[in-house]
Ligand binder design. Structure first.
Ligand code: F6R
Length: 612
């Protein structure tokens, strides 16, 4: 939610910042703004995408080698030019960009109004820059000290960058609860919400920790302090991120590119983690804590959205293969009730971004109760990755399309590896089945390629149902979470209302919705429940519903009664979701494109939900 980027060095800041904002646009895209220090404080802000800001600023003064930019996902105040960041202090000498929420902004604002401050926007962020201005004015403090003093009064989450017209040799940045990474170049520094705006300039980064403030000077000085004024030694890390991974290449959208990348991303997730020939599977992070994990009384999987759906598949996997009881929790619910968690529990946090505020907070709750925290995360160096006791990266590479696709299959792959590993080491699956699963898993990328080759057929089916206003997704067992995920993909990018249900639940309510206008997408690959699903399909047909069935290659019975069938390769049941989700991703993609929707940046959404 909101992307921030800043630069200080010897080059012109404007093009670096604009390009960085475009890379961060997945984090929010309802308005954007830029501030440049060039003798004056030059600020441009525009409602809409970064492109609108670029067009607006193109023929204006954009000089300056210190600057910062922001792309917004609105929390306080509607998306418009005034509420867009950067925000200025009352005297216009200071400016700020902010990702996060200042929760006590109302009381701070009331106190500042009493002191004579006037506000022009509806944002919490404007209150913060006035607070910094007040601290600076009151005690005649340098900007970094004024920022520090102001932040001691703030409740909430922030990643901020502050510029001071009277200190044109420095940039001040701070974070708590929202990410901020500093890139170190030759006589130049970059700051951003993630590493994507920095990779073409440097591989050396510092991830700022919570409650740290960095003062970065043009002469190369970099000092990091905590909010309670303790000097910290910066820890420089190397990043390994290739620029091609951040570009669309020959694809029309990031979402399509990411769907088609899945054979490779799953391969990357499995690389070095299994060999069916040699009969081993190893998951590095798991090995470090394997005794505690194997002895766990219970796993609790905490996640949101698509990651939560991957977690549900994890429940089926761990319970079936490793006989470990699992609860799957919405992180937002877990954090606000009084959950029973104890030292013998393992909490698995699933998150693509590694920054989801609710998931992070749920981990804090579990940490207080001394459970082992295991992270399954995509973004390297992200907040969740850094607070866990151990964990594994899914290695899907940057996922830029707002709708999660390759991260979902990466998470499911990693959970599958963990479940097979634990199942075999605990003796809950026999060696023959263990080897069979490993062999099958190695075949998954190739099988996905076969499904991707059916893209045209899926596009043709999409054109038949693109005008629906509702859709129902049904699945059983491992395919029930896939039904939920299919429905989520459709609603978030095409704005068609869709619901996922366990197929057998249909007759307990949703069946009332079925008529000739209702597409019902049935995932019917399960071997164990085939007859039951067949009956469910007949129930839908009896009510004139339009059935789109995902079936295993060679299927005859469902194929004979469904309106449209997409055949996918057969596999062992626990691995089915890795295949059955692919046609659903493509189906939603094509429907959304046919309806003229922006699949990469659907309305109202943002990729990284760093607010509650
Ligand atoms: C849906 C989607 C979201 C995320 C959710 C959690 O396509 O992307 O539902 O899955 O916001 O995000 P992460 O995985 O980053 O914690």
């Amino acid at each position: 939610m909101c992307g921030i980027v800043a630069y200080i060095g010897e080059r012109e800041a404007f093009p670096i910042i604009m390009k960085g904002l475009q890379r961060l646009e997945y984090r929010g895209y309802d308005s954007a703004g830029i501030a440049l220090l060039n003798g004056d404080m030059t600020v441009y802000k525009k409602k809409g995408k970064v492109k609108e800001l670029l067009d607006f600023a193109r023929d204006k003064k954009t000089s300056g080698s210190i600057g910062m930019g922001h792309t917004r996902w609105a929390t306080h105040g509607v998306p418009n030019d005034v509420n867009a960041h950067p925000h200025l202090s009352g005297d216009g000498r200071l400016s700020i960009i902010h990702n996060g929420i200042i929760e006590n902004y109302n009381s701070l604002k009331a106190a500042l109004v009493k002191l004579g401050h006037e506000f022009t926007s509806d944002t919490d962020t404007e209150v913060l820059i006035h607070l910094i201005e007040e601290a600076q004015r009151h005690d005649n403090l340098p900007i970094e000290e004024a920022v520090r003093v102001a932040l001691t009064k703030v409740v909430g989450a922030y990643a901020i960058v502050v510029l001071d017209q009277d200190a044109p040799d420095r940039v001040v940045a701070a974070r708590k609860g929202s990410p901020l990474v500093i890139g170190l170049g030759e006589n130049e520094f970059f700051m951003a919400s993630d590493a994507s705006p920095l990779v073409e300039y440097t591989k050396e980064v510092i991830y700022l920790n919570d409650e740290e403030i960095a003062v970065i000077k043009r002469n190369g000085d970099l000092q990091i302090k905590t909010i309670d004024n303790k000097i910290q030694s910066p820890f420089i890390e190397k990043i390994d991120l290739k620029i091609e991974r951040l570009e669309k290449g020959d694809f029309d959208s990031f979402m399509l590119k990411e769907i088609f990348e899945q054979p490779r991303t799953i391969q990357d997730c499995m690389r070095g983690r299994l060999s069916s020939k040699e009969g081993w599977v190893k998951v590095g992070g798991l090995e470090q804590v394997v005794d505690r994990v194997s002895a766990a009384q219970r796993f609790i999987i905490a996640a949101c959205g698509t990651s939560w759906h991957a977690g549900l598949i994890g429940e089926y996997l761990f319970e079936e293969l490793a006989r470990i009881p699992v609860e799957v929790e919405y992180a937002s619910e877990l954090r606000y009730r009084n959950p029973i968690i104890n030292e013998t529990d393992v909490i698995i946090a699933l998150s693509q971004s590694g920054e989801t505020a609710d998931t992070l907070a749920a981990l804090e709750t579990a940490k207080e109760k001394k459970a082992l925290i295991y992270g399954v995360v995509n973004v390297v160096g992200s907040s969740i990755a850094r607070v866990t006791d151990s964990g594994s990266y899914i290695h899907a590479g940057p996922e830029i399309g707002v709708a999660s696709t390759k991260a979902f299959t990466g998470q499911v792959t990693l959970l599958t590896l963990m479940a097979i590993h634990l199942g075999y080491s605990k003796g809950t699956i026999p060696r023959s089945y263990y080897l069979q699963l490993l062999e099958e898993l190695e075949q998954i990328p190739h099988k996905i390629e076969k499904i991707l080759a059916k893209d045209k057929q899926i596009e043709a089916i999409a054109s038949e149902i693109k005008d629906a206003t509702n859709a129902l997704y049904l699945g059983r067992g491992y395919n029930f979470p896939v039904a939920l995920e299919g429905a989520l993909k459709l609603k978030e990018i095409s704005y068609i209302h869709a619901e996922g249900y366990p197929a057998a639940e249909m007759k307990h309510g949703p069946i009332a919705l079925i008529d000739e206008n209702m597409p019902v997408i049935v995932i019917a690959t399960n071997k164990s429940a085939y007859e039951k699903i067949f009956s469910n399909v007949q129930e839908v047909k009896a009510r004139k519903g339009k059935v789109i069935a995902i079936v295993s290659e060679g299927d005859k019975e469902i194929k004979a009664i469904a309106d449209y069938c997409i055949e996918i390769p057969d596999t062992d049941e626990p691995l089915t979701p890795l295949l059955s989700v692919i046609p659903l991703q493509l189906l939603s993609y094509h429907i959304a494109i046919m309806r003229g929707c922006n699949v990469d940046q659907p309305r109202n959404l943002a990729k990284s939900v760093t607010v509650e």
